[in-house]
Design a protein around this ligand. Structure first.
Ligand code: G6P
Length: 607
């Protein structure tokens, strides 16, 4: 978690650090801070809360210098306050840190016994204190950092500057991502290439254990054995349009409306419309010979995995085990020899998913990942990447990343099914053709917004909402409840409709909103019985179904959202749009911070 940025150049650092931090705020927004070197000394400004607070402080008391580091925090150790905000510094060194130093207690005791005083409750403060201690012992800055890194346990991406050194910025990475880049006169580091995009498009990603020494226009990278290494440089694709809301009120709204396009873009990576056929990357044949598949992910990506299980089991006839990443690797699961494990992640940096991926790799599994950020660690660690083409997602609550994950996974399921002969080529083409309808169908759904805002007005007044669905609508019910919780702070539960009677039914009282996702399918009648049971107990039933479904249940339902008639194969993707819109407009109605909901961060790079 947290975002770090650093630069060394020939012009004022602070405004550009702020610009970089604005692009990293999605990684946390509990506090922000910057440090520069000016007149040989460290100048620091830190503020609790969002970047805007820091900007206010800097406007009143500008800080000067052409070298600097910046940080936006998602609190782990210590409350969100200006004291706990980064950079942490001594009079000789300032540090920004993303990650967790696991042995900070023992290092702190050692440093305290040497007379060093600590001011914050963070784990990170041990880093500048340790480097300072080593500088006092006579080490030069680069040596002091190298010696300090050897003593740190845990995960980190670091940016480090030194009093008296206006041309030296050091970056280091273990566990947390870090990109570096230079233009003619300046060099930069950041947690994400997006933060550097206004200054340079050519970036390299540090690998595990790498350290980078940045001077104006020059970046040198060393591996864990202190050997100079070249890391491939990439042209980052980020453009200015991505950083704008393009006339929408929130990034989340913009990203919801981008779905028809990014679904099409993702589909184009797997589907040849002229041939009418889904294709799998053909250089990976041996990866597809598995009898069982583990799918692992976190948050919304986990729900994409749960949805994919329905496709893989029903059409590709492969048993699938789906697990939450933070549980998977501690469960002691026996993994099939030479098996394959699939990981799903928008960012490709989520610490739990990455740890699970490494666990699977170390246990002989081949690794497939569905990832949105092509240059991410997960993408680099995988034997095969199934890309999603969602583009950068800034709203903390995931929307377009989820639907594009579903599209990639649906294509993967079709491809596997055809390869294994569990469906014919003709059936494969029929399913692919259904996916091809999604850009138009989702675009139509986004046209008539009033019907969502009216229901959202009512939802914004309640304390609890239930989301229920059967079959592949069940994970979408879970996602609906998660979206509502995340951005409107209303308690919501997603459940399998058939399971309602085993517990959640006790939550229903007169007027409780219960949202049913019930596309026409062989399971419709079963869900209809659950709707009867909820209505009989006073629930306000809000039904998402096609016209036929709505007509059948007329009289029982309080409100409905009419969906197009859709084959059950694509229904989960289609039914995601209304649950996103309901959550979004409920949050707008409540006036919550839609793009940066409290306590959350988009990319969770700590376990
Ligand atoms: C955080 C975000 C969620 C996201 C989850 C997994 O919790 O707030 O929106 O689904 O991380 O992220 P990933 O990048 O691995 O998909």
């Amino acid at each position: 978690m947290c975002g770090i940025v650093g630069l060394v150049g020939e012009t004022a650092a602070a405004p550009r650090l702020i610009e970089g931090l604005r692009r990293l705020e999605y990684r946390g927004y509990d506090s922000t801070g910057v440090a520069t070197i000016f007149d040989k000394q460290i100048a620091i400004c830190r503020a609790a809360g969002k970047l805007i607070n820091l900007e206010g402080l800097i406007e009143k008391s500008p800080i000067y210098g052409n070298i600097g580091i910046g940080h936006t925090r998602w609190a782990t150790h210590g409350v969100p306050s200006s004291i706990n905000a980064h950079p942490h510094a001594t009079e000789s060194v300032a540090v920004v840190h993303n990650g967790i130093i696991e042995n900070f207690s023992s290092l702190k005791s050692m440093l305290e016994s040497e007379g060093h005083k600590f001011c914050s409750d963070t784990d990170s403060e041990v880093i500048p204190k340790l480097i300072h201690h080593l500088l006092e012992q006579g080490h030069e800055p680069i040596e002091a950092v190298a010696a300090a890194l050897k003593k740190l346990k845990g995960a980190f991406a670091l940016g480090i500057i030194f009093a008296g050194y206006e041309n030296l910025l050091i970056g280091a990475r273990r566990g947390s991502p870090l990109a570096v880049g230079s233009n003619e006169k300046e060099s930069f580091l950041a947690s994400d290439a997006f933060a550097m995009a206004p200054f340079t498009r050519t970036v390299s990603y540090l690998e595990e254990g790498d350290c980078a020494v940045l001077r104006p226009g020059i970046t040198e990278i060393f591996d864990g054995k202190n050997r100079t290494v070249n890391r491939i440089s990439h042209e980052s694709e980020h453009d200015e349009e991505m950083a704008n809301k393009s006339g929408y009120q929130h990034f989340m709204e913009k990203e919801i409306h981008e779905q028809p396009r990014v679904i099409r873009d993702t589909l184009n990576s797997y589907y040849n419309s002229s041939g009418g056929k889904v294709f799998l990357p053909n250089n990976s044949e041996d990866l597809f010979d598995f009898d069982q598949l583990y799918i692992t992910a976190c948050g919304t990506s986990f729900y994409a995995g749960l949805t994919a299980r329905y496709w893989m089991e029903s059409i590709a006839r492969i048993p699938v085990i789906v697990d939450i990443a933070s549980e998977f690797r501690y469960r002691g699961s026996p993994l099939n020899k030479n098996g394959t494990a699939l990981f799903i992640s928008q960012s490709g940096e989520t610490a739990d998913t990455l740890a699970a991926l490494n666990f699977a790799k170390n246990h002989g599994q081949k690794i497939i990942s569905v990832v949105n950020v092509a240059e991410s660690t997960m993408a680099r660690e995988s034997d095969l990447v199934l890309p999603t083409r969602a583009g950068i997602e800034i709203g903390v609550a995931s929307t377009k990343a989820f639907t594009t994950q579903l599209v990639a996974l649906a294509c993967f399921s079709i491809g596997l099914a055809m390869r294994r002969g569990s469906i014919s080529e003709k059936d494969g083409a029929r399913l692919a053709n259904l996916l091809e309808q999604l850009p138009v169908l989702t675009s139509d759904l986004l046209k008539n917004i009033n019907r969502f805002t009216q229901i959202a007005d009512e939802l914004s007044e309640v304390k609890t909402v239930l989301y229920l669905g059967r079959g592949s609508s069940y994970p979408i019910a879970l996602e609906g409840a998660l979206k509502l919780k995340e951005i409107s702070y209303i308690h919501a539960e997603g459940y399998a409709a058939g399971e309602m009677k085993h517990g959640p039914i006790a939550l229903i009282e007169e007027g409780t909103p219960v949202i049913f996702l019930a596309p026409s399918s062989p399971l419709f009648d079963k869900t209809a019985s659950n709707i009867q049971e909820a209505a009989a107990r006073g629930a306000r039933v809000i039904l998402l179904s096609d016209q036929k479904g709505i007509n059948e249940l007329d009289g029982l339902i309080y409100k409905s959202i009419e969906m197009p008639e859709a084959d059950e194969f694509i229904a989960p993707i289609l039914y995601t749009i209304p649950i996103q819109l309901l959550a979004y407009y409920t949050a707008v109605c409540k006036g919550t911070d839609v793009d940066q909901p409290r306590n959350l961060a988009k990319s969770v790079t700590v376990e």
